[in-house]
Design a protein around this ligand. Structure first.
Ligand code: GDP
Ligand code: GDP
Length: 454
């Protein structure tokens, strides 16, 4: 391409860590054929396959992930209003409204070859009321003479027009710089720090077998690599080998010092458990299969979920469960754990070593789910189909619409749904269930928040 200022956007060389909070949203609006899709392709650097047209699904409000100068944001291609819609003004209003609801910055695209039209002026009125920052883009400025003519677009009252040629790559990085300037403050994308061993909390009420399991991995008398020189491993943590991998078991000091156990109050033990979970990425919650699931067990399970950590539930002492009881036990367990059907379950025995080799694969699976990111386009393709098949129930003649979704972060996966109003709790649970059906997340909690229009 003959581009002078455009820089091709490339995948960074290093894995990126997700910034916290939802990415800022840039909406691209304008008449049909002004070049919105072409501009969006430029901005995303054609890194993502543009969503295929799904039969029966309008290509509308399709969001893509974009990056510029180390900042990540979401670009929403609003698709353009129907050129021959009966009530064009209403259609324009609806689109501008959508932009207002969802965007942090609006790119208003006009055709520099055509100049401003009545339709453009009507759209500007709508956008002005929004109080959102609007950047005027004069597209199809393929040469200097069109660029000169584009100065007449100052008359739209949106300030300086940014002249670009989305098709040929002509124009300047000035537009992207202007977008970044207009975006709300967001943490920059930081490079991944070198990853040490994964941090695991081994938790459970007294006597479920935590020390016994720990001993399996450390070996009874073998000194564990407790405080390896030059590492930042907390002295109360242990580095142990599980399944050929080194793991950092957080706060194992209490598990080793058996005297400490007798003297600790339950309150103290619970604080310690909460601290270990907080410090970990994934928790192994040990339960005693020979006893019913207790309130204390449930409290520990809730602590893990509320802390947003990946989770593996290990039913220890499985050697004590006789074959007859297993069927009923499974039913009982399903009932007790119905709030957390996503947790990975293992039946093991620290004493006999049964299924202990399944722990490392389970931990890895839970951590992979915990760090899963679904590309925005894929997420919304799925969501559009879901909402079409099962729309939100109508209440009092109205039903909130889900405009689109973005994944705001990982560890655990967090999603934001942009909507025209609050969703029924039941419908939100339905979306979460379907999201899990589609994308998995076995072993990880996920969070969904709803952002209705103000
Ligand atoms: P949208 O309907 O606003 O999304 O517009 P499209 O991106 O589909 O573009 C409409 C037409 O304009 C297509 O034929 C594009 O190739 C063309 N187009 C887009 N950008 C430019 C440009 O910068 N210069 C020229 N000459 N044509 C362009
Ligand atoms: P902690 O308080 O959670 O650290 O539990 P311990 O590891 O001290 O174990 C409590 C008791 O349960 C001890 O008597 C262990 O020998 C016994 N225990 C631990 N794991 C198993 C197991 O898998 N099967 C059986 N039968 N007993 C076990």
């Amino acid at each position: 391409s003959e581009g002078s200022g455009w820089v091709e956007l490339r995948e960074p060389d290093v894995a990126v860590e997700e910034p916290s909070g939802p990415q800022p949203v840039v909406a691209v609006v304008g008449r049909p054929n002004v070049g919105k899709s072409t501009l969006v392709n430029r901005i995303i650097g054609r890194r993502q396959a543009v969503v295929e047209d799904v039969p029966g699904v309008t290509r509308d409000r399709v969001p893509y992930d974009a990056q510029w100068n180390g900042r990540a944001f979401t670009v929403v291609d609003t698709g353009g209003w129907e050129p021959d819609a009966k009530d064009r003004a209403a259609a324009i209003a609806a689109q501008a409204e959508t932009a207002v609801v969802t965007a942090d910055v609006v790119l208003f695209v006009v055709d520099a070859m055509v100049g401003s039209t009545d339709v453009d002026e009507a759209a500007v009125k709508m956008l002005r009321r929004s109080a959102k920052p609007v950047i005027l883009v004069a597209n199809k400025a393929d040469n200097t003479s069109i660029e000169m003519e584009a100065t007449s677009l100052w008359s739209l009252g949106l300030g300086e027009p940014f002249t670009v040629s989305a098709l040929h790559g002509r124009g300047s990085g000035d537009l992207l710089d202007a977008i970044l300037d207009a975006l709300p403050e967001a943490p920059a994308i930081v490079e991944n720090r070198p990853r040490g061993p994964r941090r695991v909390a081994l938790v459970g009420r007294p006597n479920v077998g935590k020390s016994s399991l720990l001993n399996r991995f450390s070996g009874e008398d073998r000194a564990v690599v407790d405080s390896v020189a030059g590492t930042t491993v907390d002295p109360v943590d242990s580095l142990v080998e599980i399944g050929g991998q080194t793991w950092q078991l957080v706060d194992t000091a209490g598990l080793r010092k058996r005297v400490g156990k007798a003297s600790g109050t339950e309150y103290y033990a619970s604080l310690r458990t909460a601290g270990a979970i907080e410090a970990a990425e994934v928790a192994v919650v040990l339960l005693d299969s020979s006893e019913p699931i207790s309130e204390q067990d449930q409290r520990i399970l809730s602590m893990v979920t509320e802390a947003g950590r990946a989770m593996v539930i290990a039913f220890n002492k499985w050697d004590l469960v006789d074959a007859d009881r297993r069927y009923y036990l499974d039913k009982e367990i399903d009932r007790e754990l119905r709030r957390i059907p996503w947790a990975i379950r293992l039946n093991l025995s620290a004493m006999t070593g049964r299924a202990v080799d399944k722990l490392a694969p389970a931990l890895n699976k839970a951590l992979a789910s915990w760090e899963t990111r679904v590309p925005t386009a894929q997420l919304n393709q799925w969501l559009t189909a879901l909402v079409q098949a099962t729309p939100h129930p109508v209440r009092g003649g109205r039903a909130p619409r889900i405009l689109f979704a973005t994944q705001a972060g990982v560890a655990p996966p967090r999603f934001v749904l942009f909507t025209t109003g609050p969703l029924d709790a039941g419908y939100q649970r339905f979306v979460e269930r379907k999201l899990r059906e589609e994308f998995g997340y076995e072993g990880s909690p996920i969070e969904i928040s709803v952002r209705p229009r103000k």
